[in-house]
Structure formats: structure tokens, C-alpha cells
Design a protein around this ligand. Structure first.
Ligand SMILES: [Zn+2]
Length: 202
């Protein structure tokens, strides 16, 4: 390592973040050094908080600061609708959309046999027990529209088949603000397959 070892180490660690290259990592480090001890302590305290307090929700595997996450412990959520997502960040994206008032199950990834991720690597056993316990009228498959996400959705659908009356999948389609001529074929194909009656209530 060239330069000051402590500084270079911080650059290496920060550049491991998604979307952060060595150049922006270096900018972050210089920024912290410029702002002094207080800024660095703020960061350290925030990171320690992550390590000490954040853990998986015992029911849905969302990130939580207690045994149950803020969704599982909210009595106003509809306990009869279950939405299955890959990661806690997908759950947050769904929550941002603001329409879904049910509860979640976070799988912790998606099936990817080529990467050695089989059913045992995901939170499928706990999902199965939740489904078997009954009480769900709808299961929403909100895994990503990728080959692995689709395979995972099919796998989960099979688990739910005999116990949940309605199994639905997020529609794939034309993004808001998108233009047809710029869409790839498979997106347009899926949008056409998933077409629905116009001016129909969702
Ligand atoms: Zn939870």
C-alpha cells in the first residue's frame, strides 16, 4: 500500500460499497478528515449501532431493532395478505410505493443453482410454516423480474398452492415515463401478456 496506511485502508474499505469506486472512496475519506473528529465519531457510532442493534425479524426476516420488525409489530397491518420479497431493500421499495398494507416475508436472496444458492439457503422453511399456520387469503410474489427471481417465484408458488386461495405475481410492464420504442422485447412481451381491462379498478 502506498501513502499513509490508515488512509489507504479506509479508502479500500469504502470502495467495497456498491457504486463506490476508489476515486469517490478517496473523496469520502478526505471529506471526513477535513470535517474532523466529530464527523468520524458520528460515522463510527452509526456503524456500531448497526452491528449491535440491527438483527433479523423473528417472523419475516426483515431488518429489525427488536424481536419483531416495525411491520410485524404493527397491529393495523392486514395479516391476511403476505408479500414475498428477496431482500429487505425490496421490502422498503414496496413500502415506499405505499399501497400494500399487508405483511411480508423476506427470503434473503433468490434461487440461483449456478451460484450454489438452493432452497436451503433461503428463508423458505419459515415461510412454509407461516403458510401452513393458515390465515392468508393472498400471497403476492414480489421477487425480481430476473430469471432467478422468476424461478424463485415458481418455487414459492408451489409451496403456497394448496394453502392460499390466491397467489399473485407483481405485473411486469412498461415503466412510467418509458417509451415503447426504447423497451427491450421481453419487457414489452411481458407487458402485453399482463395487459388488463382499461379503466378497471385495480
Ligand atoms: Zn417482521
Amino acid at each position: 500500500m502506498k501513502g499513509l496506511p490508515s488512509l489507504e485502508r479506509a479508502v479500500v474499505v469504502l470502495s467495497r460499497f456498491p457504486g463506490v469506486g476508489p476515486k469517490s472512496a478517496r473523496r469520502m475519506v478526505y471529506h471526513l478528515l477535513r470535517r474532523g473528529d466529530e464527523a468520524i465519531l458520528d460515522l463510527v457510532t452509526a456503524l456500531e449501532g448497526l452491528r449491535e442493534r440491527i438483527r433479523p425479524c423473528e417472523r419475516c426476516h426483515n431488518l429489525s431493532e427488536g424481536a419483531l420488525c416495525w411491520i410485524c409489530s404493527d397491529p393495523s397491518r392486514d395479516q391476511t395478505r403476505l408479500c414475498v420479497v428477496e431482500e429487505p431493500s425490496d421490502l422498503l421499495a414496496m413500502e415506499k410505493a405505499g399501497l400494500f398494507r399487508g405483511v411480508y416475508h423476506v427470503l434473503g436472496g433468490r434461487l440461483s443453482p449456478l451460484d450454489g444458492i438452493g432452497p436451503d439457503a433461503l428463508h423458505l422453511a419459515s415461510l412454509e410454516s407461516r403458510l401452513q399456520a393458515g390465515g392468508f387469503v393472498e400471497l403476492i410474489l414480489a421477487t425480481n423480474p430476473t430469471v432467478e427471481g422468476e424461478a424463485t417465484a415458481h418455487f414459492v408458488a408451489q409451496l403456497a398452492e394448496s394453502v392460499v386461495a390466491r397467489v399473485t405475481r407483481l405485473a411486469h410492464g412498461v415503466p412510467m415515463g418509458g417509451e415503447l420504442e426504447y423497451l427491450d422485447e421481453s419487457t414489452l412481451y411481458q407487458a402485453l401478456i399482463g395487459r388488463r381491462n382499461f379503466r378497471f379498478d385495480p
